[in-house]
Design a protein around this ligand. Structure first.
Ligand code: PHE
Length: 360
């Protein structure tokens, strides 16, 4: 067919001259689009004699294929060139040092809570929780602290505001984790062994007191539990927690309305140069209250005191953190001062467990 050679040369030339994708697309449409020059020629095949068609058909198809191939090749070449151009302008110096990223730390209270949980888990205690805004019945009455009892004022309780027409029972910010004892007994019955870590609130503020602090409650109920079991568990706990052989505990006879008999436990320590050390010195730091669960408390939890008995304890988590990590002032725990957090905080991946060592 006449002119095919000219057509071929022209399109191949236009393709190689196309300087971007849009120009290339224009060439494609002009040649192979619906109304493209080559497409129109293909349509003319129908009007030819079979002999003519035998020659013209393959020639046109070959031309179409050749132009298509050239289009694809040119498109790839243009893309390569564009990438080459970008790489020339946008380059990265991969040898530059990275920008430092600030990493957060685990707060000592979180760390110590994890440590305590790991130790008591090993002793067969599971974790229970309760609300921080608590009905005064759970925080006081059920724990054998009647309305006129001095403990209600001694604990410097925060009461929730109540509107005049609010007939719900009074609520407080829980002053200790002991209400979780009642809630758990009601739910789980006996026998049971739990700890309940969490926030507690009292209106108090000095070097070792803040209005919000942390306790972990312990409760073990069974048929033959005695003060001896309590003492063993607490000593075992302190040895594991402080990872010091010479931890020395002092059990002091005390009084709590919800335990009978009751004991407060102090830990031997020293405060030399503002640094706290455990197991040495002539100071004693009170770390927990404990005792045998009062029959009235068992009853409030729906457990028959003639059949069951148990021990309970409440440990100050923040106190333990201060003692273990030599942190002198409790108030700084809750100041959110980044310098303090970086100094006393723990690496995020140092999760405590008994086998890997507790302090990470
Ligand atoms: N709830 C007591 C307190 O906050 C501690 C405690 C708990 C004492 C359990 C005895 C038994 O001081």
């Amino acid at each position: 067919m006449d002119g095919l050679e000219a057509l071929r040369n022209r399109y191949l030339q236009e393709i190689s001259a196309a300087s971007d994708e849009a120009a290339l697309e224009a060439v494609r449409v002009a040649a192979l689009g619906k109304k493209g020059e080559i497409s129109l020629k293909m349509r003319e095949l129908g009007k030819m004699t079979p002999d003519e068609r035998k020659i013209a058909g393959p020639a046109l198809n070959a031309l179409k294929a050749e132009i298509n191939t050239a289009l694809v090749a040119r498109k790839a070449a243009l893309a390569d060139a564009a990438l080459e151009e970008r790489l020339k302008n946008e380059w990265l110096d991969v040898t530059l040092p990275g920008r430092p990223r600030r990493q957060g730390t685990i707060h000592p209270v979180s760390q110590v809570t994890e440590e305590i949980t790991a130790i008591f888990a090993d002793l067969g205690f599971s974790v229970a929780e309760g609300p921080q805004i608590e009905a005064d019945w759970y925080n006081f009455d059920a724990l054998n602290i009647p309305p006129e009892h001095p403990t209600r004022t001694e604990m410097d309780t925060f009461y929730m505001h109540k509107a005049d027409d609010d007939d719900r029972p009074p609520h407080v910010l829980r002053t200790h984790t002991s209400p979780v004892q009642i809630r758990h007994m009601q739910k789980a019955g006996a026998p049971t062994r739990i700890i309940a870590p969490g926030r507690v609130y009292r209106a108090d503020y000095d070097q070792t007191h803040t209005p919000m602090f942390h306790q972990v409650e312990g409760l073990a109920i069974d048929r033959d539990i005695s003060m001896a079991n309590l003492k063993w568990v607490l000593e075992e706990f302190c040895r594991a927690f402080f990872e010091v052989d010479n931890v020395e505990l002092r059990f002091r006879a005390s009084h709590f309305p919800f335990t009978e008999p009751s004991a407060e436990v102090d830990l031997r320590c020293s405060w030399e140069g503002g640094q706290l050390k455990v197991g040495e010195g002539d100071d004693w730091m009170e770390i927990l209250g404990s005792g045998m669960v009062h029959p009235k408390v068992l009853r409030a939890g729906g457990i028959d005191p003639d059949e069951w008995q148990g021990f309970a304890f409440g440990i100050g988590i923040d106190r333990l953190a201060m003692l273990k990590y030599g942190i002198p002032d409790l108030r700084a725990f809750f100041d959110s001062d980044l310098r303090w957090l970086r100094h006393y905080g723990f690496a995020a991946l140092a999760q405590p467990n008994l086998h890997g060592g507790l302090s990470g």
